[in-house]
Design a protein around this ligand. Structure first.
Ligand SMILES: Nc1ncnc2c1ncn2[C@@H]1O[C@H](COP(=O)(O)OP(=O)(O)O)[C@@H](O)[C@H]1O
Ligand SMILES: Nc1ccn([C@@H]2O[C@H](COP(=O)(O)O)[C@@H](O)[C@H]2O)c(=O)n1
Ligand SMILES: [Mg+2]
Length: 482
């Protein structure tokens, strides 16, 4: 097939062509906003809710401040559980040294839930600022909190109520040694709150320590992440911020394209990405971790195939109602990198037919279909299209256009990859809204040479060992060869 015919096909099938589109000129907000219908926006526009718990003076506020500082380009609000302390009666105020501020009943959790519900539904709320000196909420003006992309809920007992916990997308427990917490508390309460040292120590032994053991420490088990040493733990905070950024980025593209599926990010997955993206990783490790990630993506992709109900009789003589796998499948790899995904597909789908497409890629625009070998009956099969990287989207559009020309319905194609650049996602999802993309991470974009950044370099060379000497990997050489 000549390149002119392929170009015609691309023209005919794609709404917008992003060829030559780089990060420099890309203001993602301008692309995304007009495309979101109000219904879609309401459906997905939930903020990312983070809970930060830990003992008093463990460093919760410090950790939150550091996260907020690093997420400087996101809309983040901090809501403190202190703002929801119950108002004390005159009697309680008169005997305040006998009041337990560390018991779950000290907080108005209904009011907290109400405020969070409003924020999650896009409504601004007024949250009082608590005065530790007077034990009152009306000393300072209330704080108007606007709905944001990220809401951080911080407090000693923020994981105590299951209704609050269930709302959280990420739960962090700041784990600081008890002596350090006590030392900080003494300084904070005597110097910062002008309290008497004797009263501070009495409160600690009577209420603070028992409540930590009985109510706060037992909630540590709910945490997704436990941060030892609080704000001193820069590595943990960097990882958390990266994770939030990934979630927010994916969230946005998934908002626009319902045909884009990004597999749930876990620290295992991020760990594997960290290894395969590292220019110093040896070929052996690169292949090992790329294979693990590919297997995950393939398994996830197979979950999008249609199924039929099937009942079986178990050895106990009972009926199990399950499903039967979709039988008419075909893998199609985009040579050469896509071939790295074939083994995982074969391991999951016994005897699966695998076709090939070779597209010559030179710079961004010199796309030419060089070779294709597909099963005769491909039009009757569900196709799993394989290519680990979705960059500009040009190769993918060519391959998909060819499959459609061969009679494969667009909705029968699932495109599997490890990393997608937003440009490629826009191009493929807009051109083929009924196709599904399954990927494991969305990257920032493309550089001026159309390489995905941060990316992982030339996947095929790293996987098949045709890059520079494995023992002499240097960052510069990888950057040049991507
Ligand atoms: N890593 C740290 N090193 C030294 N001091 C710290 C550290 N983290 C917090 N602090 C101090 O300890 C006190 C309590 O920290 P804060 O973050 O307010 O804890 P929390 O919100 O858990 O009560 C503050 O005075 C803070 O400046
Ligand atoms: N009037 C009050 C209210 C609360 N406390 C103590 O504050 C601690 C919680 O604040 P963090 O910033 O450390 O999370 C808690 O241990 C309460 O005992 C107080 O002393 N006076
Ligand atoms: Mg605090």
């Amino acid at each position: 097939m000549g390149s002119a015919a392929v170009e015609d096909m691309i023209e005919a099938s794609s709404g917008v062509h992003f060829s030559g589109f780089h990060m420099d000129g890309l203001d993602s907000r301008h692309i995304k906003k007009p495309m979101i219908s109000p219904a879609t926006e309401n459906m997905h526009n939930q903020p990312f809710l983070i809970g930060v718990a830990g003992g008093a003076a463990s460093g919760k506020t410090t950790v939150c401040d550091m996260i907020i500082q690093q997420l400087h380009d996101q809309r983040v609000v901090l809501v403190n559980q202190d703002s929801f302390y119950h108002k004390l009666t005159e009697e309680e105020l008169a005997r305040v040294h006998e009041y337990n501020f560390d018991h779950p009943d000290a907080f108005d959790t209904e009011k907290l839930l109400d405020s969070i519900d409003n924020l999650r539904h896009g409504r601004a709320v007024d949250i009082p600022k608590y005065d530790f000196k007077s034990y009152k909420h009306d000393v300072f003006p209330v704080r108007r909190v606007n709905p944001s992309d990220v809401i951080i809920l911080e407090g000693i007992l923020i994981f105590h109520d299951p209704r609050v916990r269930e709302l959280m997308n990420m739960k962090i427990f700041v784990d600081t040694d008890a002596d350090v917490r006590l030392a900080r508390r003494i300084r904070r309460d005597t110097v910062g709150k002008s309290r008497d040292i004797g009263a501070v120590l009495d409160q600690y032994s009577k209420f603070v320590k028992p409540a930590f053991d009985d109510f706060i420490l037992p909630t540590k088990k709910y945490a997704d992440i436990i941060i030892p040493r609080g704000g001193d733990n820069h590595v943990a905070i960097d990882l958390i911020v990266q994770h939030i950024r990934t979630k927010l980025g994916q969230h946005d593209l998934c908002k626009i394209y319902p045909n884009l599926y990004v597999i749930q990010s876990t620290f295992q997955i991020r760990g594997m990405h960290t290894l395969i993206r590292d220019s110093q990783t040896t070929k052996h490790d690169f292949v090992f971790y790329a294979d693990r990630l590919i297997r995950l993506v393939v398994e996830h992709g197979l979950g999008h195939l249609p199924f039929t109900e099937k009942q079986v009789i178990t050895p106990t003589g009972s009926v199990y109602t399950g499903v039967d796998f979709c039988k008419r499948l075909c893998g199609v790899s985009i040579i050469r990198s896509g071939e790295s995904m074939e083994n995982a597909l074969r391991a999951c789908c016994k005897g699966i037919k695998i076709g090939k497409i070779l597209i010559h890629r030179e710079g961004d625009n010199g796309q030419q279909l060089i070779y294709e070998k597909l099963p005769q009956d491909i039009s009757e099969r569900h196709v799993l299209l394989l290519d680990p990287i979705l960059g500009t989207g040009n190769s993918a559009v060519q391959a998909i256009s060819l499959l459609i020309k061969k009679g494969v319905p667009e909705s029968n194609i699932i495109f599997l990859n490890l990393i997608s650049a937003p440009q490629g996602v826009h191009m493929v999802c807009k051109s083929f809204p009924r196709l599904k993309i399954v990927t494991s991470e969305i990257d920032i974009g493309l550089n001026k040479d159309f390489c995905v950044i941060p990316g992982m370099g030339e996947f095929g060379d790293r996987y098949f060992g045709t890059d520079d000497d494995d023992d002499q990997k240097v960052v510069a050489s990888m950057q040049q060869s991507c």
